[in-house]
Design a protein around this ligand. Sequence first.
Ligand code: 3HC
Length: 673
Amino acid sequence: MARIATERQGDILVILTDSPPVNALGADVRQGLAAALTEAEPDASVRAVVLACKGKTFFAGADIAEFGKPMADPILPVLADKIEATEKPVIAAIHGTALGGGFEIALACHYRVAALSAKLGMPEVKLGICPGAGGTQRLPRIAGTALALEMIAKGEPISAAKAKEAGIVDRLAEGDLVAAAVAFAREVADLRPLPRASSLAAPQDIAPFQAFRERNPRLFTGAEAPVAIVDLLEKTAPLAYAEGAELENKVFVELLLGEQSRALRHAFFAERKAARIDDMAGDTVERSIRRVGMIGAGTMGGGISMNFLSAGIPVTIVEMAQDALDRGVATVRKNYEATAAKGRMSAEQVERAMGQLSPSLSLDDLADCDLIIEAVYESMDIKKELFAKLDRIAKPGAILASNTSFLDINDMAAATNRREDVVGLHFFSPANVMKLLEVVRGTWTADDVLATAMALARKIGKVPVVSGVCHGFIANRMLMPRQDEAVKLLMEGAMPHQIDKVHVDFGMPMGPFQMADLAGLDIGWHRDPARIESLRDALAAEGRWGQKRSAGWYDYDEKRAPTPSPRVGMLISVFRAQNGAAQRAITAQEIIEGTLYPVVNEGARILEEGMAQRASDIDVVWIYGFGWPAWRGGPMFWADTVGLSNIVASLERNGFEVSQLLRAKAAAGESFN
Ligand code: 3HC
């Protein structure tokens, strides 16, 4: 429950909001703020007002949980106008993250004082909406159209220092923020006229909207909000404030009521829900992880290590041969240096991260690690042998983890005398970039091990999802039917580039064949060129292993740009002839139904078997693991929008065995989310 306290510091009134966890601007907060301002207005002994928040952050935005429900008065734009219209200076004291509606409240204040560590931004676009409390009109007037366009259309926050530079923040504060804001309030208490953003002239730097669209093509493929936002800013740039605000409100409401915003809000809450483990005691105490051991310095091992190094956790990395170890360490350095070259890291940060990395050729050096992750070759025999060795080397209480993407964690655990300490940590490639982490809960995995893995994942900036033990876990298991069905469609007349294009048009970053080329067609291949049982075998046997060989389902040029391959076309013809299936023109709708409905079916089976805790976890896996467009909410949310009975009917028509759960839900008219 929100608490809005007022506190007098001499002639300055501090209105202090305390509404955990993030001071979202729900009805009670809005009402409390309005009441406190109404009280302060006529009080002659109050010369200025400071708006501040308790807890970890200034207002982090409107209360997203209220969206789609009737809004109690005062609504946010009305509250913002009330603040701005106050006849005494109102100063925002910003710490943490002033986001969305929170940032808009700050912009409606006459002045802004921010803690050095604060961040300010308008992430509404990520929820499929535009700012709705005057932000699209006040920000360009204060900071110029170019910066406003960047911030509102992309949704990335900026630092307090950058905000100061742009004229958004009037003063940066070190130390006690409220005291600094009160001191600032005294300085400006008598200054008139009050600086009101809405009274500023329309911005003169009419930014190159078209250039922005051209510079950021990915932003505009499929998602409605970025398109609407840029159009709105362009249209309102020459207008008076009131007219612009009216248009903003219209666009805000339209977007809010749309399917995409509903999907994106689902994704927002799904991500947070995924971190919760339903059957775990609330008082489970996490183990402390001070040093991580990494076995394998290949692409995966190096990438995984970087996550910990970047978070300031030392890593001991072990390889079998010196040259492989050197290569691995050099790659980590190269990746960091590339980040530094882009200005996203300082040279000092690179050295600090590298300084935390201890290369070794001996597993014995892992004895002091609190968590050991193996990323060695995907062979159960090798892994079992390794776990048995780790059992002898690791200190008591150390967590032993495998980065396997398919194999049974329980078998590895059984090779130790501490099977409760074993867990799967399945990172996605490139491991230092992709945000998904599948945390695989084995039969014996202890609660505190699981809790530690989930907390650690968040610490290193990952989005963790718990999976049970099954072949391919949630992510790769669901990918398999998509790939199989895509290949079947080739037999009926589709071509790889046609199928991939349908997936890209759907909003995926790439299609199934592009993805197979990226992952490598040799992965999981039996390696016998004489044994050709599938089209994939035929490609692999010819050395068409994907991008790394410049040839796979596509041909690649030296810049890794793909073109449809005549050779693959020929092999497809050979297989079609053997297969005997009738050839026909395949439509985009058939490709969607043929390749994505089986994914939903597999997701339903995963739920049925209890391998995922909830349907929304599966959505999170696809959004963060495979780049499923968040504005479609993930495959299970999308299935709800398609209609489960439509999906069942299509699966039946195409001869699939339909998941019991999917069938039952469809029959009952239910949805997954
Ligand atoms: N509304 C409702 N609940 C919110 C919320 C919001 N704006 N922001 C966060 N929460 C909830 C989360 O759901 C979570 O709840 P849970 O504990 O029950 O799962 C809890 O607050 C903590 O959130 P996080 O786990 O995300 O905490 P972090 O410390 O990792 O991150 C944050 C904090 C950076 C503030 C992050 O929560 C965030 O980005 N929030 C969303 C900010 C946002 O999008 N604001 C714009 C809202 S739209 C708007 O303002 C419209 C306006 O223009 C009219």
